[in-house]
Write a protein that binds this ligand. Structure first.
Ligand code: CA
Length: 235
């Protein structure tokens, strides 16, 4: 493999940093390491990485401080490494603009898949959020943004306006976990509460059924329990 993407790894635990560096280099990525928020900021400016892997528990400040500063500059994909199983932590990082998260301990394949997905999603998206050609395709699914239509394997699938809007939104952010709050704000312009989360879940269940997905099936949309949804960016 010869992809030569540059990844900034921000992690203060030496054994995890060594492990991830070896894994990424074996898969053709170039790796730059930082052990604190301050070091990460300096490295980010001088090396301009294609993707950032960010531990949240850093010695000088919380990793979200660095995440916030990245998002004030650009949309470089950020995958958060979290030792914390607390859902609120992950949701907070996603709402600050992280693309995805991986909970420690994680498997090599899982981390690599998340990286590929985040890099693909980033390459896909144009600045205004619309994709080149006005179409989005993953597997057998095609969304035609101009016609507001969905096709699976050549047949048109009828969606309600709301269902279409949700699906289009997820596709425009493919590879990124969108939290319940982010989706609800975008679709209904509401502050999320139990009622609106329920409304979203009902719509999602209908969308997944129309896409031919059974519960636990993750062909197009991954359900991140208690957090949100992620549209896949690859088969
Ligand atoms: Ca740490």
């Amino acid at each position: 493999m010869n992809n030569k993407y540059k990844i900034l790894l921000v992690e203060d635990e030496a054994h995890i940093s060594t492990f991830i560096t070896a894994l990424l280099e074996a898969n053709g990525y170039r790796v730059i390491c930082a052990e604190s928020c301050a070091e990460a900021s300096a490295m980010y400016t001088s090396h301009v990485p294609d993707l950032v892997i960010l531990d949240l528990g850093l010695p000088d400040a919380d990793g979200t401080v660095f995440l916030r500063s990245i998002r004030q500059q650009d949309l470089t994909p950020v995958i958060v490494l979290s030792a914390r199983s607390d859902e609120r932590e992950k949701v907070a990082a996603l709402d600050l603009g992280a693309n995805d998260y991986v909970t420690k301990p994680f498997g090599s394949d899982e981390l690599l898949a998340r990286i590929r997905s985040a890099l693909r999603g980033y390459r896909h998206s144009a600045p205004e959020g619309h994709l080149p050609g006005g179409k989005f395709t993953v597997g057998e699914m095609t969304i035609d943004y101009d016609a507001r239509r969905l096709h699976i394997g050549g047949s048109e699938i009828k969606l309600t306006q709301t269902e279409y809007n949700i699906l289009a939104l997820l596709s425009e952010h493919c590879g990124k976990v969108m939290t319940y709050a982010a989706i609800i704000k975008e679709i209904w312009h509401e502050t999320p509460d139990d009622g609106s989360i329920k409304k979203l879940q009902v719509n999602m269940a209908n969308i997944r059924k129309k896409l031919g997905e059974r519960p636990g099936d993750n062909r197009y949309i991954v359900n991140e329990l208690g957090v949100g949804y992620r549209m896949k960016s690859e088969e």
